[in-house]
Design a protein around this ligand. Sequence first.
Ligand SMILES: [Zn+2]
Length: 351
Amino acid sequence: MTMTMRAARLHAGPGGQAELRLDNDVPVPVAGPGEVLIKVRACGLNQVDLLTKDGQTPQEVPLPHISGTEVAGDIVALGEGVTDWAEGARVVVDPIIACRQCENCIRGETNMCRNSRVFGVQTEGGYAEYAVAPARQLWAMPAGLDYGAAAAVAVTGPTAWHMLRDRAKVVLGEDVLIIAGGSGIGVLGMQIAKAAGARVIATAGGAEKVRRCLEVGADFAVDHNDPTWPDQVRRFTGGRGVDIVFEHVGQSTWEGSLKALARGGRLVTCGGHSGFMVGFNLWHLFVKEHTLIGSFGGTRRDFLAVMRMAGQGNLRQVVQETLSLADLPRAQELLRQRKVFGKLILDPTLI
Ligand SMILES: [Zn+2]
């Protein structure tokens, strides 16, 4: 008899729009060679889940599909050939599944792997009671971290780390502007920039989110609903502008981000969920010697660094709410409407 589980799956809906529905009779996946079966204890919601739902991912995702890239849980079964893990181990999944054989992987740039898949996008993910993951993508959960806290840093942590440390190369004493400091990636970006010795400025939507950014560690925060926010950032830096802008919103914040950037400054971006098409004035780019830097996910090394820092208690995501599978459609709308500070975490064991 096939075991079944509850899972929130994307189905083809009317008019080609995918619909997220709770299914009670999904077969529990089987761990193949080199894989493990995980009982999901926490799965973070991510903007990429919305891209998948909207059909905006570069490769088409076949439906029905289980989203969810940020998973922590317990190993409950081992596939053939898995010898370095045991049932009952508490693990967190590194979601960038790299081949470890291409040139980029050999250089350690596993985020740039030419054959990579993203767990929960090109594989079934963690919006379910159980999920299968390659054993080599696992990391033992640091002692002292709960499942939600580990899942909540598994994607946004390495992504923010890669942007600030590897790509923009933040150094002591710089001014860093974190766009949307209240987002999942923003909360960790503020802490990583601060830990690197930077002064941190954040943007956020509304007075309450501004206040909470200051609580998380920003030295200064501005309300992005006020169109003068780039001027406020410049004033705070004595008219100079910031050394680094940490971008991930795209179209709606792009112009302000460039306005707030100092001469010689770097803008690093890892996303653009408000729109991917942006413009800029070439005159400003060369006269101000601005550098635009792309950044994608994080490397295996970034993932390990984040897990260490989180395990030491020095990197902590804000978890706004822990949800059941039935809550997911509502929760995705909160994410879309930017009504989330930090992270929403699914606990599939909640009924
Ligand atoms: Zn590779």
